[in-house]
Every structure is written in structure tokens, then in C-alpha cells.
Design a protein. Structure first.
Length: 195
């Protein structure tokens, strides 16, 4: 994999909030149609032995993300792609249906809020997990790893679990979370007519 490339595989997670539709592109290890029992294929974990059903792995992630968004947000589906090389055309393989809704009840600013978990990979590359339109929790201060709560630590645990197949764009496993930032997304603010 070339730096910042998406090969050999990735998923595009589609979700909707009260204000808009969003997509999150998340790299993975190679997808295999013959793995899994739910009919959507799967992945072999970074430990090179553990099979991961695609539906189960993406459901696990969304069940951890749902605590950061309101009940008006729904994780709807993920389209799984393979890409033979950094310059090859991505090929859609399967659409995995999801029906997971948010559980956060905060009344803090959520519209146009961007939450970003910042990771380093095994090879010290950068990996980011971005979630839009979730409550800010009342603040926009950068949160260092030492300040993570249980829900943020659960996200870190999922993304760095070597039995899973999440990948940084340097083709190595996410290794540790460094920080979390909560900001207002300027592009969304313009789209939502907030500026």
C-alpha cells in the first residue's frame, strides 16, 4: 500500500443525522467473500488467524459509535470495496445493511460538530476516525489519551484489536489513540446555513 492509499480494501459507512447524510471511509485488511456466515464476506484479523464476519465487525464498530450521536442519527449501511493496487479503480463488492441508531441524550451542540479520534499505526502512520453531527459534550477542548472516558477507550480498543481487520492507510494496524478533537466543521456549517 502506498502512503494514504486505500488498498487492499475499505468500507464506506453511510449514516444520516437530523441535518444531513454523511459517509466515513475506513480502510481494512483484504476482504474475502468466503469468510463469515452472514453472506457479506469478511476479513482475517491482524493476528493472521482470526476470521471476522463483515456484518459482525461493522456492527461492533457502529454499536460503539452510537453512544456519540443522538437518536435522530442512524447508521444505515456500509459498502465494501476492494482495490488491487493504490492506483487501481476501487471495486464495490457488497452492501452490508445496518440499522443502528444513536443513544446519546446530550443537549449540547451537535449540529455540524466533528469528533475525530487520532491514532498512530504500528508503523507510526496517522489514522483518523471521524464522526459528524454528534454532541460536543459542552466543550471543544482537545482531549489527550489520558483524559479519555470509557466510551473513547472502547473505540480505541476496537480499532487497535489485532483480532480485527481495521487498517491505517499505511497498511498496518492502528496501534494507539493519541487524542480526540471536537470541532465545528466549516463545510457543514455552510451547508446547514449556519454562517
Amino acid at each position: 500500500m502506498a502512503p494514504n492509499a486505500l488498498d487492499p480494501a475499505f468500507g464506506v459507512l453511510e449514516y444520516t443525522s437530523l441535518w444531513g447524510s454523511h459517509k466515513a471511509t475506513i480502510p481494512t485488511r483484504d476482504w474475502n467473500a468466503g469468510i463469515g456466515t452472514n453472506g457479506y464476506g469478511g476479513y482475517v484479523g491482524w493476528d493472521t488467524t482470526t476470521p471476522n464476519d463483515a456484518l459482525d465487525m461493522w456492527t461492533d464498530l457502529c454499536n460503539l459509535l452510537k453512544v456519540f450521536v443522538l437518536a435522530s442519527t442512524s447508521f444505515n449501511l456500509v459498502t465494501l470495496y476492494t482495490q488491487a493496487s493504490p492506483t487501481a479503480k476501487p471495486l464495490p463488492q457488497v452492501i452490508v445493511p445496518l440499522a443502528i441508531v444513536g443513544t446519546n441524550v446530550s443537549t449540547s451542540q451537535a449540529k455540524a460538530v466533528q469528533q475525530t479520534w487520532n491514532f498512530r499505526s504500528v508503523a507510526f502512520g496517522r489514522f483518523k476516525l471521524v464522526l459528524l453531527d454528534g454532541p460536543s459534550g459542552g466543550g471543544f477542548e482537545k482531549i489527550l489519551h489520558a483524559g479519555f472516558g470509557a466510551d473513547d477507550l472502547a473505540i480505541e480498543g476496537e480499532m487497535t484489536d489485532l483480532t480485527k481487520a481495521w487498517s491505517a492507510r499505511d497498511s498496518t494496524a492502528p496501534a494507539t489513540a493519541v487524542s480526540k478533537t471536537i470541532t465545528l466543521n466549516d463545510k457543514l456549517r455552510r451547508e446547514y446555513g449556519m454562517t
